[in-house]
Design a binder for this molecule. Sequence first.
Ligand code: ADP
Ligand code: MG
Length: 698
Amino acid sequence: MLNNFFNPKSIAVIGASRTPGKVGYDILKNIIQYGYEGAVYPINPGVPEILGVKTYASLLDVPGRIDLAVVVIPSKNVLEIIGQCGSMKIDSAIIITAGFKESGLEGARLETDLIIKAKEAGVRFIGPNCLGMIDTHSKVNASFAAGMPAKGGIGFFSQSGALCLAVLDRALPDKIGFSKFISMGNKADISDTDIMLALAEDEHTKVILGYIEGVGDGRKFMDVATQVSKKKPVIILKSGITSSGAKAASSHTGALAGREAAFDAAFKQSGIIRAHTINELFNYALAFANQPLPQGPNVAIITNSGGPGILAADACDKSDLKLAPPHKEIVDELRTFLPPVASFYNPVDILGDAGSDRYEKAITTVLKDDKIHGLMVLLTPTATVDVAATAIAVANIANGTDRPILTSFMGKKSIEEAARTLLSYGVPNYSYPEEAVSAMNAMYHYHVWINKPDKQYQGFPGFKEKAVPVFANAKKENRDRFTDSEVHDVLSAYGFALPKSAFARTSEEAVDAAMEIGYPVVMKIVSPQIVHKSDIGGVRVNLNSKQEVEKAFFEITTHLRNIMPAAQIYGVMIQEMVRGGKEIIMGITKDPQFGHMIMFGLGGIYVEVLKDIAFRITPLSREDAHEMIRETKTFPLLRGVRGEAEADIEAIEHSLMILSQMAVDFPQIIEADINPLLVRKRGEGVVAIDARFAIGGE
Ligand code: ADP
Ligand code: MG
């Protein structure tokens, strides 16, 4: 895939320049100077040759076949050149030129025309507004970056050219190996998904690394990522998270930044490893590119000092890794050569006077324990330790085992050389223990992901048709909200249990309804102007008698008349008072890029403050439902604390999937939430106490 980009036999540079410092010069120079062996055709009508290479006045004059066109001319001329590419059967182009969507309305129009033109001409292109592309294996450096990375297994694509430069600059001194470097620019044609698919196929790429600000088609992105991440790790840094970050992103490349929760969910559901900083992106890439995956969560830490060991242990505690205590035989063996004051448990502290041989013995001994899936070696540069010899010892052991070893030799000057040695043997060294732990944890998560069975989506047909008339009626009446009775009808169409309820216009009707339903009852105001009923004192619970119902009716209605004289009061809803259980919230929202998402959280009035909620993109598999519930911090409350009975977690899972089905059935749902959904004891199910729906569009 995209073979003419990555392995072209001939390249034309349209807009090649002989003036050093100009992009058209730098690109040509980069193509020539890093050993590219194919034909190069600089196009420039003004000069006979550049950098010793014969130029052509026009692309049309080139006698040979051209696999790849690199376009560096002003934006107004780009369309014409793409037309020429078409007539010369050149099917691949990199458009470096800026001045398109990122520059405003006119540029955006030009970009639209470019897309149409390229389609007509049969040309696929990277860019515009990009830095170019590098393939270290075919030795193509069709970019204006300063330098050529070493050959290696990391395939990197980036929406930001500047980030490409920063990553390259960081990679060069340590000779961190890359297979490809692709600056995507505005992604007008070739998209993240095209690149991910190409890198998945590329034999030189072991790890796929990306920086994105937004994606075009969220669903497609997820499908492709799910497929690719089962083959190779995909690590992505995504910016534009905070609202100010999102603004910066849209002025940057004009991308529509998706909302944070949606991206987080999409990444999780498609197996993408998310990096949150450039540093993390690198840290993960180095671990994945060089070390085998841990086959389980158990890790051991070997350290020559207490503090860093504790920091690493703390970090493990916050991650999904486990510090397994070593076997008795292992401890016994450690005792034979470690000083008696050493710590034989995990972290194994071999003390500040440890030399490289003590490190070597300790590591070898700990690795005899089969239940250890990965190891982290920490080193503080004490006066006695031979840092260089220890690096060699660790590297040798790492090369002889199929379990991952990451190191954190701390400090700067005294460990710099050792860190380089380690990396040259494929052992990434991290400045701080927490970074090593975080990289190990990311590898463990990936191990879990690739071993997961494919998702099973269970459909729930048959509910939809009962709800169709409700949606149709609201649409006919041009309403974007459901009335209480419509909410009731839709929820019961989908099989949700609801409290018994009746509408009452007068206090007499309210008393009759309460009698009918049975005390105690709940009374709620019914008014088209009121969305949050309890906020305005419109909900009374636990009404136990005729007198209480009459009084509540009088108070609720007068209160609303006093505070909102313009509000229409239709009457009140009398509801069966449901007792026991825990309040949770679940709902549907719509993201502009990924579509419907399902939300789950512990409910009640604090939900908006605590924000302890989880999201998944629809459709939800049972596993998605299972995981999102457990992702919330308050999950243990559902399990029951201090002798409480466990809540019906299975019923919650089922309800989340039903809600997902509802979202699939009715794309016109903009937002819906059930708050609270009361969960009872295990086996007793859930009751939808209150809900609202916002609908629109279709
Ligand atoms: P709103 O969200 O509009 O303020 P709700 O109908 O959710 O109104 O009622 C507010 C709170 O009152 C609920 O969160 C719940 O704690 C309690 N409540 C309401 N209806 C019932 C009921 N039928 N049984 C038990 N508790 C209820
Ligand atoms: Mg409510």
